[in-house]
Design a protein around this ligand. Structure first.
Ligand SMILES: C[C@H](C(=O)O)C(=O)SCCNC(=O)CCNC(=O)[C@H](O)C(C)(C)COP(=O)(O)OP(=O)(O)OC[C@H]1O[C@@H](n2cnc3c(N)ncnc32)[C@H](O)[C@@H]1OP(=O)(O)O
Length: 592
């Protein structure tokens, strides 16, 4: 880019910055030096990289979504939490909010994640262990008692039974007197990553995608601020992928949800702002920063050029980050505070919108009050003491970070080509012999005759076709397993290191006191559930379940009937049970 174009860009940014809302705060260094809100190439100097780097707040958003960076608003401190019963978790939420948490994030227990009631035999021994047990709307009432759902953004981490849980949340908000059309928050809902990595699905992919399409349509129409999807790379990375695989698989999943929205006739500028993302912040500081910056750039380009999004908001990639659970060690666990701080700093340098910092004991159990407080304060220290809020994208222009951002983007594009090929889209090199561009190939496929022979599944989108085929073939599993195996070998042959595990074993650190969940939680939850079933209007529940069944057999949007069932205190197991009968359960093909 020549010097004039760069200077025009700087002037454009300065205008937007001046017009944007900013916090009144001190943005000098610790010793009082003034800082600029953003730095760029010296005036009058050309830089060919600027096409890809740009300025904060404008396409391709490599440097962030806002001209003000964190001067406008710091990231949201959003600590993922849930354990035991709804009252115990409610107390933890109040503690987190009092201690400076900016938003809520619900961790559900395994029976809830699998769409089962606490008193089903499959739930035995699991109730309240890895999160909170939610059986029906009354549990949501208890979970958020004393917390105004109209005044807080809540993220709910659940994908298989996301829709019934969402409906219970809406019903609980209604009971608080909140106008549900004003709700803001995020539901994970990302079923692709369940098949690819986390393995908590209920049904085969097609009915799950139908449910997600129903949810996207419902939210775009009725709850415009709500984010019905948090497209998640976290679990892909934690399962052992590389950074580039995490980036590529996650963005491809995101493209697939865009294709789903388009296939339902929805307006991309209306529904795309509801797609948010969730990434891992692993321990390689610079690689992670590059990954986050590349993510924004790739997403903006595909949304504009392939899927036709016109507004900034529809081109924005907004993301939550969690520090890498898999990088924590049971050995010398206090070192985990250091790892988490470095990973959190990478997320911040990468411009995360929301952040969870892991607690030092999370590799052993759910956090205690004390370890949860240290995790939260790790973010407070970074935010309030280190000066990271002063400058947008402070590493932008670094030779290393920009080169790594380009490299990881190129790696992701190679993977997009593989995914497209799995779905039957065969991108061609251009006439000049340059490599195939996956975005162009996807666009061509989108525009091709959907019903033409040899274009399998293009009616659902070229990326979706590839993902579904990759899931069916076990391709994603195999790719992730291969990457995990390579890393494990590198640890064993001494190429890579983990302090306290592969080296430096001696320690004076005693064992940690960890949080243990009493078996009483399960017994009490089951007793409460039995009383609730006996006390509700069972005829109304039966009617609501029959409505769900009828809608599932046809094509009507399922949100309203599931919401009616949630209002009637139908349980999660009952709602999912009806759908299991209609749609069956998914069994994966495994293979390495
Ligand atoms: C591992 C574990 C497991 O598997 O068990 C998990 O999955 S845990 C998974 C846990 N997952 C999560 O917690 C997901 C969390 N995700 C989210 O909260 C969301 O989807 C998010 C990433 C978009 C973040 O939403 P948020 O509300 O916290 O933050 P936002 O970035 O949207 O900012 C809030 C508002 O401030 C505005 N805003 C922000 N920064 C600026 C700025 N500099 N200038 C002007 N306005 C600004 C935004 O546009 C928005 O307003 P407006 O709305 O008007 O634009």
């Amino acid at each position: 880019m020549d010097a004039d174009q760069i200077d025009e860009g700087r002037a454009r940014w300065a205008k937007r910055y001046a017009a944007a809302a900013r916090r009144e705060a001190d943005f000098t260094t610790l010793s009082g030096l003034e800082t600029e809100p953003v730095y760029g190439p010296p005036e009058g100097v050309a830089d060919p990289r600027m096409e890809r780097i740009g300025w904060p707040g404008e396409f391709p958003f490599t440097r962030g979504l806002y001209p003000t960076g964190y001067r406008g608003r710091p990231w949201t401190i959003r600590q993922f939490a849930g354990f035991g019963n709804a009252e115990q978790t409610n107390a933890r939420y109040k503690m987190l909010l009092k201690a400076g948490g900016g938003g809520l994030s619900v961790a559900f227990d395994m029976p809830t994640l699998m769409g089962r009631d606490s008193d089903e035999s499959a739930s035995l021994g699991e109730v309240g262990h890895c999160g909170v047990a939610i059986d029906s709307t009354a549990d949501m009432d208890r979970l958020f008692a004393g917390i105004d759902l109209g005044g807080v953004t809540t993220s709910m981490t659940i994908s298989g039974p996301a829709i019934p849980i969402f409906c219970m949340y809406l019903a609980a908000a209604e009971r608080q007197g909140v106008d549900i059309s004003t709700l803001d928050g995020t539901l994970q809902t990302d079923i692709h990553k369940e098949y690819i990595a986390q393995k908590e699905w209920l049904f085969p992919p097609e009915p799950h995608l139908r449910l997600i399409g129903d949810l996207m349509a419902y939210c775009a129409e009725n709850i415009p601020r709500y984010k019905p999807l948090s497209v998640s790379g976290y679990h892909i990375r934690e399962a052992g992928s590389t950074a580039a695989q995490e980036l590529a698989f996650t963005l491809a999943d995101g493209f697939s949800y865009v294709e789903l929205g388009l296939s339902r006739g929805l307006d991309v500028d209306r529904f795309a702002p509801g797609l948010s993302f969730f990434f891992d912040a692993h321990i390689d500081f610079f690689e992670e920063i590059a990954k986050f910056r590349a993510a924004r750039r790739i997403w903006a380009r595909w949304l504009r050029d392939v899927y036709g999004a016109k507004t900034d908001r529809a081109q924005w990639l907004r993301f939550h980050t969690q520090t890498a659970g898999v990088s924590l060690t049971a050995q010398q666990p206090y070192n985990n505070v250091v790892r988490t701080a470095v990973e959190a700093l990478a997320a911040i340098m990468g411009g995360t919108n929301s952040l969870h910092t892991n607690a030092l004991d999370e590799t052993l159990a759910l956090p205690t009050d004390q370890s949860a407080e240290i995790a939260l304060r790790t973010q407070s220290v970074l935010r309030d003491e280190t000066g990271v809020l002063n400058v947008a994208d402070p590493l932008g222009g670094s030779w290393y970070v920009e080169a790594l951002t380009d490299k990881i983007e190129a790696e992701a594009e190679k993977i997009f080509l593989q995914i497209l090929a799995l779905g039957g889209t065969a991108p061609m090199a251009d006439s000049a012999g340059r490599g195939a561009d996956p975005a162009t190939a996807a666009l061509d496929a989108m525009n091709s005759d959907a019903s033409s022979e040899g274009a399998p599944r293009h009616e659902i989108g070229p990326v979706t076709s590839g993902i579904l085929q990759g899931i069916e073939d076990g391709w994603f599993n195999a790719e992730i397993a291969e990457a995990a195996f390579t890393y494990q070998q590198q640890l064993e042959d001494g190429t890579k290191h983990i302090v306290g595990v592969t080296e430096l074993h001696d320690t004076v650190t005693p064992d940690l006191e960890i949080l243990r969940i009493s078996g009483d939680v399960e017994r009490e939850q089951n007793a409460v559930l039995a009383r609730r079933r006996a006390g509700r209007d069972n005829a109304a529940v039966d009617r609501a379940l029959a409505e769900i069944q009828a809608a599932a057999k046809g094509t009507a949007n399922l949100i309203e009937p599931i919401l009616a069932a949630a209002r009637a205190e139908a349980t999660l197991g009952e709602i999912c049970g009806v759908l299991r009968v209609e749609w069956g359960e998914y069994r994966e093909t495994t293979g390495l």
